[in-house]
Design a protein around this ligand. Structure first.
Ligand code: EPZ
Length: 424
């Protein structure tokens, strides 16, 4: 397996450009299953998860043409209705094939996603929503089979014990596009990725209202056209580089982002004493000399995103004093604590809360990436660790960050990828 070799201590400076949003693109790629006319998607990030999705779409008989960051997709009415375990196990977002496939072909057989390094990730809300729309759901031999001659619009309350579900909301919105009548989703996720999906569905000709609020209204239609749509920038990638700038800048300009999607991060960093300059589509950040500890919790949007929790923890290792993070979305999403501690950090987990004793000197070591955002956190910590850190199992990083080592290297980091010739 490839690894990253990082020598800490270089100050970052320069400009880094953010790619298209992974979590924005994934549900939209599945939504192309609804379209009877060709769809063109632009600014699609070139990531492993996108390739996995394209393979799933191909298995469902969609014709996908790739040209750099542009994808052209045509999906016939008839075709396979099965998303196999072999692909679904690689990426939980594949569960988003259920809604559109069922709506388009009347049947969907999708492998039940398995366990995940960030904790338990049930799909009960997805299934509850589809059942409310009139789908018959069966679970057998590790697969979920959903059938419905025609879905029927209804009002669905979609929030669960940890709040709203992003992909659950997306799945039900997509299924509702071809349902008879109007679907009201109450307790909908408000994340920008849901707004992006709604914009795409509207381009396809489906009336969608309320995206970005807890109540989303989708009016089912009989036929769905094509569209040309540009994927918005990745707010988590942008946030990761803003935190990198705070940890190890220098003077870093993160461009091609939507600062409005990162209000909670901007607020937290400002309270920590980090100097920021917010532009229309950029955030400039200066490396902080003194960092104040802070007490924060991850929350659904517009709260602080769980997908930036691990990266912020790396910054909190530099704070003068004790900081707290409480993980309210995935209480077990703390695999990075042990690895950060290997670098010399002093972090203790107490239930869903991490207690970070900032100010400990970090020194390079071999560390293991456990999931996508944990990997990013280890890379950020390595930038300020004394000596060399080797981050192993970086295939996780490749699922969500386009050319991270090249982008950091262009900012002045001493970072290189060592390829594993054996391909293991
Ligand atoms: C999306 O996952 C993202 N993935 C995740 O990003 C992100 O961490 C998460 O939203 C939260 O923001 C994609 O968009 C592809 P949820 P999703 O359903 O939609 C519980 C990354 O690093 N829940 O909003 O699957 C769940 O356990 C990834 O890029 C139920 O109880 O997350 C969690 O506690 C990782 N039942 C909470 O809701 C359900 O049926 C929110 O999860 C579904 C979820």
């Amino acid at each position: 397996m490839d690894k990253l070799v990082i020598r800490g201590g270089n100050a970052l400076s320069g400009t880094v450009t953010v790619d298209g949003s992974k979590n924005g693109a994934l549900p939209i790629l599945f939504a192309t299953l609804l379209a009877e006319e060709p769809v063109t998607l632009r600014n699609v990030p070139r990531l492993v998860d996108i390739r996995t999705t394209v393979r799933i779409l191909g298995g469902l008989e969609a014709e996908v043409q790739e040209d750099g960051d542009k994808l052209s997709i045509t999906t016939p009415n008839e075709g396979s209705v099965t998303a196999p375990y072999e692909l679904v196990r690689r990426m939980r977002a594949s569960v988003c094939s259920l809604g559109p496939l069922l709506a388009r072909r009347g049947r969907a057989i999708v492998s039940r996603p398995g366990g995940c390094a960030i904790g338990d990730r049930p799909i009960d809300l997805h299934l509850k929503g589809l059942a409310a729309l009139g789908a018959e759901i069966r679970s057998r031999q590790g697969y979920i089979e959903a059938t419905a001659k025609r879905l029927r619009g209804t009002t669905i309350f979609l929030s669960g014990p940890f709040g709203s579900s992003v992909l659950g909301t997306a799945n039900i919105m997509m299924a509702a596009c071809r349902a008879e009548g109007v679907t009201m989703i109450e307790g909908a996720a408000c994340e920008p990725e849901i707004v992006g999906l709604a914009d795409f569905l509207i381009k396809l000709g489906v009336p969608v209202e309320g995206a970005g609020t807890p109540t989303v209204r989708v009016e089912g239609v009989d036929s769905i056209g094509g569209a040309d749509y540009t994927i918005p920038p990745d707010r988590i990638e942008a946030g990761t580089y803003v935190i990198a700038g705070a940890i190890a800048g220098g003077d870093v300009l993160v461009e091609n982002c939507v600062p409005g999607h990162l209000r909670s991060l901007i607020d937290i960093l400002t309270r920590m004493g980090v100097r920021l300059e917010i532009g229309d589509s950029s955030i400039r950040v200066w490396g902080a000399t003194k960092i104040e500890p802070i007490d924060i919790a991850t929350l659904p949007y517009p709260g602080f995103p769980t997908d930036l929790q691990a990266q912020l923890m790396a910054l909190m290792c530099r704070a003068d004093g004790i900081g707290l993070i409480t993980e309210k979305i995935y209480p077990d999403r703390y695999m990075h604590i042990a690895e950060l501690n290997r670098l010399g950090a002093r972090i203790r987990k107490e239930g869903p809360t991490a207690i970070i004793h900032g100010g400990q000197p970090l020194s390079g070591a071999d560390v293991m990436a456990s999931d996508l955002r944990a990997s990013a956190s280890l890379v950020l910590a390595a930038l300020i660790a004394d000596g060399i850190t080797e981050v192993h199992r970086i295939y996780h990083l490749d699922r969500g960050y386009v050319n991270m080592e090249r982008k950091l290297s262009a900012l002045g980091a001493d970072i290189r990828r060592e390829y594993d010739e054996t391909g293991v």
